[in-house]
Write a protein that binds this ligand. Structure first.
Ligand SMILES: C[S@@+](CC[C@H](N)C(=O)[O-])C[C@H]1O[C@@H](n2cnc3c(N)ncnc32)[C@H](O)[C@@H]1O
Length: 352
């Protein structure tokens, strides 16, 4: 059955549904969900992420992970976990780099938190010959210090939206009018549990992802117990304000309620909220840094130099344009933010 028909039938049965439920169905419906049934990622998919733009991205994250391990983890194994690994490109490039610079003395133990079976198949191909454990629940993370990488993961999790009136916050829901899907505001007042949501004006929109808060809080608890680090790189929003939900189909923006299941739905990550959750648990939170600054500090220009040496000018042009896309403030350089969480205050490369 078409997703639109399924959603309309559900609304007719239970009344207006929350945005998070709408997003969950659009992305993960067993039959026609966006992640379940499409080739979503990569050059031929609907959108492309940093690791699939340039190998340098995964390589630098690999070096960053190795540096953290060598400075702060007093264990035999380097355990690296990726949340939502897409095609597995970041891990492939990161692991190759770690093995290369350590002369294969360190071969990381890999865990992937993944929900899409389709993408898991691609990850298996990209990481063949590697020992990888796939988990579907963050609570199954093994009890070792983990270097946890989340690139464009939290932006893919469903959110709810709330709009402020004089009386308080009203949830924005999805309903039907004249057989067409549309938004409506719930009459009930929603009371946020977090104090960072107290400073808003009438008319403001606030986004809140229960899944993000749950997964992130579980990771914080893991860091408290077993040490390690979480590195988050994502579309960022420090104020936590505004309607940032977007639908992308074939590299173009679409309307959220049109063609449900055929577009990727994502939203900006509320870095302020992540920071507050971690701080309340007495964890160390690095400053929030723009991707451009982070990658420059990690040496992206030096890597560019070596990749463009002794190659044809056409090849050099391609490498330059891929790297520019990652660091150009008009492309991914400013919009993407980076933050790391660890147990104690530490000098974290690129994040000071
Ligand atoms: C936008 S892609 C990013 C992929 C990858 N990190 C990259 O940079 O190319 C989001 C990834 O998160 C996965 N994902 C989304 N929601 C998830 C969930 N609740 N649990 C586990 N994986 C999830 C998707 O299947 C996909 O692999």
């Amino acid at each position: 059955m078409q997703i639109e028909t399924k959603i309309k039938d559900l609304i007719k049965k239970v009344g207006p549904i929350s945005l998070s439920r709408y997003i969950e169905i659009c992305l993960w419906d067993d039959e026609n969900g966006y992640y379940t049934s499409n080739q979503v990622l990569g050059r031929n998919g609907d959108f492309i992420t940093s690791p699939d733009i340039s190998q340098v991205f995964g390589e630098l994250i690999g070096l960053w992970s190795l540096s953290f391990y060598q400075q702060f983890i007093n264990k035999k194994s380097l355990c690296i976990t990726e949340l939502g690994s897409g095609r597995g490109t970041l891990l492939k490039d990161a692991i190759r780099t770690i093995c290369k610079v350590t002369n294969n003395k360190i071969d990381p133990v890999i865990t992937i938190l993944e929900k899409s079976e389709r993408l898991m198949t691609l990850q298996k191909e990209n990481l063949r010959n590697k020992d990888v454990k796939w988990i579907s629940d963050i609570k199954a993370l093994s009890i070792q210090p983990q270097i946890i990488i989340a690139n464009e993961f939290f932006d893919a999790l469903p959110i709810n939206q709330y709009v402020k009136s004089n009386e308080g916050w009203h949830e924005k829901k999805v309903t039907i009018k004249n057989e067409t899907l549309c938004f409506t505001l719930d009459n009930n007042i929603w009371v946020p549990s977090d104090s960072i949501f107290s400073d808003f004006k009438t008319g403001d929109t606030l986004e809140y992802s229960e899944q993000t808060v749950s997964i992130f809080s579980n990771i914080c608890n893991h860091l408290i117990q077993y040490d390690g680090v979480l590195l988050v790189i994502d579309y960022g929003n420090i104020s936590g304000l505004g309607d940032t939900l977007q639908a992308v189909n074939k590299h173009k923006f679409e309307s959220i309620l049109e063609k449900p299941g055929q577009s990727d739905l994502s939203s900006h990550v509320n870095f302020n909220l992540l920071r507050e959750i971690a701080r309340k648990k007495n964890l160390y939170v690095s400053p929030v840094i723009e991707q451009q600054k982070f990658l420059l500090e990690l040496g992206i220009m030096e890597r560019r130099k070596s990749l463009t040496k002794n190659v044809s000018s056409d090849k050099a042009k391609i490498v330059n344009s891929e790297i520019n896309r990652l660091i150009d403030p008009d492309k991914m350089g400013s919009l993407f933010k980076v933050i790391a969480i660890t147990k104690n205050k530490r000098h974290l490369e690129g994040l000071n």
